[in-house]
Design a protein around this ligand. Structure first.
Ligand code: CP3
Length: 352
């Protein structure tokens, strides 16, 4: 999930010197911003600062990040757009290394070998949603209309995106040295189960397979937002980790994935990001509530259920990290209230 961002005064300071595209495209700035969550929050792993829309820009979509969010100023709408400019990019080809690889290498220089660095990309359907809609859209009218009226066109766009995204992830591992990669399917949850299988899952699965083939042993994480109605399908994408939002209880999610027997995907999430707008004392409470009837020491990565919001309070984000560490690292200095609450819940005096 997003870690760095506008809620941090230190991010705002860097951002006042450079527009968002420059932050993504200047490795020195990108590495500087990626490092902030480590020093300010103390998180265990870092996500490289970048954006899922950068490859769409490089495919020809002319992306701008304005006041009201990102815009793809040349949206993909017709057959002639597809044949004219919407070109797949092979980021593993000689000379085609994406800039993000250099950002990851610089961040590694800062972080050393022991802090995992995550690369990421948008999943094919989510990328298609941006490329085709042209901007953020709640109802996805344009891509859904294409799904009904020109499904072949949509499939061909998804093919190109899948090739591009797979190579983008592989390059981040092989060239940049990322330790793990995440695939964000932010918009797939808008689909019916059938459409999800046909237009999102099929392509996400293929991208995951490509990474597995090229980068054996590198964990792949798949975030499916708003996917409570198709958790079983999302889990079948083949990722090691399934990140979920807050719309499903962790205990229920685990139960629903029992069909995967001894090797279900690790679950990641699913705290409501808005809790960080509330005071630090609310955060530990919300965290412990999400863990009710759920053993967090088996296949679970504590995280928010979506990216951190610009309205988050830094002290609340710090309190969340403290609450997680109190659970996993006995002896970490944490607020008394948090320790007491965990002790009461686990009945083990606050330790494992
Ligand atoms: O911690 C980090 O360093 C995370 C870096 C990161 C960003 N975008 C930076 C960003 C990550 C992991 C993303 C992923 C991303 N980008 C997704 C998938 C995850 C999700 O949040 O669903 C999506 C859908 C995007 C596309 C995107 N980029 C949108 C919709 C927006 C506008 C939303 C907003 O909050 O304004 C962006 C801009 C963006 N990407 C910002 C950041 C920090 C805010 C821009 C700014 O500083 O002006």
């Amino acid at each position: 999930m997003r870690q760095a961002g506008r809620y941090m005064p230190e991010y705002q300071a860097v951002r006042s010197r450079a527009d968002f595209m420059r932050l993504c495209r200047e490795p020195e700035l990108s590495a500087e911003v990626s490092w902030l969550p480590r020093t300010i929050l103390g998180v265990d792993a870092l996500i490289i600062f970048n954006d899922i829309l950068i490859p769409i820009d490089e495919m020809g979509g002319a992306v701008v990040f304005g006041e009201r969010g990102p815009e793809i100023t040349r949206p993909l709408r017709t057959e002639s757009d597809l044949s004219g400019w919407f070109a797949a990019v092979d980021y593993t080809a000689p000379g085609a290394e994406p800039i993000v690889c250099e950002s990851i290498r610089r961040l590694r220089g800062e972080a050393g070998p022991d802090i995992p660095i995550f690369g990421f990309a948008g999943a094919p359907f989510t990328m298609a949603a941006y490329a085709i809609e042209g901007k953020m859209s709640k109802s996805l009218n344009v891509i859904k209309r294409m799904r009904f009226e020109a499904p072949e066109l949509l499939h061909r766009a998804l093919e190109r995106l899948t090739t591009t995204i797979s190579s983008y992830l592989v390059a981040q591992v092989q060239g940049g040295g990322a330790d793990a990669v995440q695939l964000f399917d932010t918009w797939a949850g808008e689909l019916t189960r059938d459409d999800y299988e046909e237009f999102a899952l099929r392509y996400a699965r293929r991208a995951i397979e490509e990474v597995r083939k090229a980068c054996p042993g590198v964990p792949v994480q798949y975030f499916a937002r708003d996917a409570a109605h198709m958790l079983d399908l999302a889990a079948s994408a083949g990722a090691d980790v399934l990140s979920i939002d807050w719309r499903v209880r962790l205990a229920d999610a685990r139960q629903r994935l029992s069909m995967f027997g001894d090797s279900p995907p690790t679950l990641q999430g699913n705290l409501d990001p808005v809790v960080l707008d509330a005071g630090p004392e609310q955060v530990a409470r919300h965290f412990h509530r999400t863990l009710e009837d759920f053993d967090p020491f088996v296949g679970y990565i504590a995280n928010l259920g979506h990216g951190i919001l610009p309205t988050a309070r830094v002290a609340s984000a710090q309190a969340l990290v403290a609450a997680v560490k109190a659970l996993e690292c006995p002896g970490t200095p944490v607020p008394d209230e948090v320790v007491a609450e965990i002790a009461a819940k686990r009945g083990q005096g606050g330790t494992r």
